[in-house]
Design a protein around this ligand. Structure first.
Ligand SMILES: NC(=O)c1ccc[n+]([C@@H]2O[C@H](COP(=O)([O-])OP(=O)(O)OC[C@H]3O[C@@H](n4cnc5c(N)ncnc54)[C@H](OP(=O)(O)O)[C@@H]3O)[C@@H](O)[C@H]2O)c1
Length: 256
């Protein structure tokens, strides 16, 4: 009997997660959608089933709730997952001490704690299932300090380094763990983070998902979609950190 290939996508209900859902519904047999809003997930599930004939499961969970996260981890262990996309994430813009601390706490719980717990739970399962691995969504902002988004960019640096280290640790296990580092993408994230992106190029989420997927297939451990972004990443690498932070300060101020 042919084995069912399953992908689990967190933050599947909008933006980049939704784009990954459409893309991978075309090549996987089963897709598990995770986000908080059940109605949005069910609407997307119907769309995917109708368009691609894929088997869709909706698991509405809040990844910042310990109870929900444990329930999700429990379910991961009883489903044969081949690929996990840790995409759910949030950003916050503002002068560091002017933002309510609870927002940072929430961001760290989602972008760092939940993502780490899901990597921890899924890696042994994916190896046992002879699966493909994990794509962790980081950001181009992971590559340098970004004033006014300091906590967000620090959280994404964590995701970048975690992924690159785990990819090496598990390279002999037949799985890949990749950090995808997009620049700004045209998604609801920007309005939720309350950032004015005027003057910055905004990528199409479907293009970012497709480039990210091709990079994962090519076994990259870190991937920056878009030529301009790749060039920027190269420049950042050769710019002293203090100077990079100063330039970013002028680019990022007054964007609230
Ligand atoms: N957009 C950009 O410019 C950009 C650039 C670089 C990297 N990224 C990264 O790309 C990833 C996807 O972001 P996006 O731009 O697609 O944002 P988005 O449109 O705001 O999507 C975020 C997704 O995460 C889900 N989510 C949020 N909080 C959650 C929670 N506590 N538990 C479970 N699910 C939760 C949301 O659904 P519910 O609200 O229903 O839970 C939604 O499906 C994020 O990691 C982000 O940091 C974005």
């Amino acid at each position: 009997m042919k084995e069912i290939k399953t992908v689990l996508i967190t933050g599947a209900s909008s933006g980049l997660g939704e784009a990954f859902s459409h893309l991978l519904a075309q090549s996987f047999q089963q897709i598990i959608l995770v986000a908080r809003n059940e109605q949005t997930l069910l609407t997307l599930a119907r769309e995917l089933q109708k368009s691609y004939g894929v088997d869709v499961i909706c698991w509405p969970h809040d990844l910042t709730s310990e109870e929900d996260l444990n329930a999700l981890i429990h379910k991961i262990k009883s489903h044969k997952i081949s690929l996990l996309i840790n995409n759910a994430g949030e950003g916050v813009y503002g002068e560091f001490h002017q933002v309510a601390y609870e927002r940072y706490h929430h961001l760290v719980e989602l972008n760092i704690s939940a993502l780490t717990a899901l990597n921890y739970a899924a890696i042994p399962e994916i190896i046992a299932n002879h699966g493909m691995g994990i794509i962790n969504i980081a950001s181009l902002a992971a590559l340098q300090p970004l004033p006014f988004m300091a906590v967000y960019t620090a959280s994404k640096s964590y995701v970048l380094h975690l992924s690159a280290a785990l990819n090496e640790e598990y390279s002999h296990s037949g799985i890949s763990i990749m950090a995808l580092c997009p620049g700004f993408i045209q998604t609801p994230f920007i309005a939720k983070a309350a950032i004015n992106t005027q003057g910055f190029p905004l990528a199409d989420p479907y293009s970012v998902a497709a480039q990210g997927w091709n990079a994962f297939i090519a076994k990259k451990s870190v991937y920056i979609p878009g030529r301009q972004n790749a060039l920027l990443a190269l420049l950042i690498r050769f710019t002293p950190r203090k100077l990079a932070a100063k330039i970013a300060f002028y680019l990022m101020r007054k964007r609230g």
